[in-house]
Design a protein around this ligand. Structure first.
Ligand SMILES: Nc1ncnc2c1ncn2[C@@H]1O[C@H](COP(=O)(O)OP(=O)(O)OP(=O)(O)O)[C@@H](O)[C@H]1O
Ligand SMILES: [Mg+2]
Length: 211
């Protein structure tokens, strides 16, 4: 049995966590077995690495250290959660995955893309998403959503220029891999975004079934 890996990615505040939950409900209603997970984290070990990564107290963290910690958490995530669920034929929904590293540590932190691609391949054992939903929209709208949420983590607390590079990186990613990475406009109401996400996913499932 081979499952399906769908990832949600994009800048902070795009609505990934909200939309992942709604899609999971939708897919479960249609009778599928769905496993929801997230990065960094998704495992007990990965959650400890997540705490290191997001703690604003770790301001001295070098970009390469940051990249390797994300990769270490990802390796555990694939080994312990994603690969076994895919082997059972489940639909895995991940809140962020390898694309986030290419964009945050690549486009924004300026580490060499080819290095990150190689380390991603090592960490994931070659497990690539079947479909990636990229949620992006007006920067002020998305930023305003996060403002109501209290203290920013170490990455959210980066300067506006960093977040601008993140958005640019995600747009480039979608342009480079239009088949896999599907952009959905996130600066709309929750239900409207959900309907757009469902349309993309249903189209993907139809193509996969009959393609
Ligand atoms: N379409 C929407 N319209 C208005 N508010 C929204 C919408 N989607 C999500 N929100 C709210 O905006 C905030 C951020 O949403 P959410 O946590 O789903 O985004 P995220 O992409 O997972 O963010 P992060 O990258 O920080 O994890 C939440 O308070 C959520 O309730
Ligand atoms: Mg989230």
């Amino acid at each position: 049995m081979v499952g399906i890996l769908i990832t949600f990615d994009g800048p902070d505040g795009g609505g990934k966590t909200t939309q992942l939950g709604l899609l999971a409900e939708h897919l479960r209603r249609s009778g599928r077995t769905v496993r929801c997970t997230r990065e960094p984290g998704g495992t007990a070990l990965g959650d400890k690495i997540r705490d290191l990564l997001l703690d604003p107290a770790n301001a001295e963290m070098a970009a390469r250290t940051e990249a390797l910690l994300y990769m270490a958490a990802r390796a555990q995530h694939v080994a312990e959660v994603i690969a076994p669920a895919l082997a059972r034929g489940e639909v895995v929904l991940s809140d962020r995955y390898a694309d986030s590293t290419l964009v945050y540590q690549g486009a924004a932190r300026r580490l060499a893309r080819e290095d990150l691609v190689a380390i991603n391949r090592f960490a994931t054992g070659g497990v690539v998403p079947d479909l990636t939903i990229l949620l992006d929209g007006d920067a002020a709208t998305l930023g305003g959503r996060l403002a109501g949420r209290g203290d920013a983590d170490r990455i959210e607390g980066e300067a506006a220029a960093f977040h601008a590079e993140v958005r640019r990186g995600f747009r480039e990613l979608a342009a480079a891999e239009p088949e896999r990475v599907r952009a959905v406009a996130a600066d709309r109401g929750v239900d409207e975004v959900h309907r757009a996400v469902v349309a993309v996913v249903e189209e993907f499932l139809r193509r996969r079934a009959y393609g």
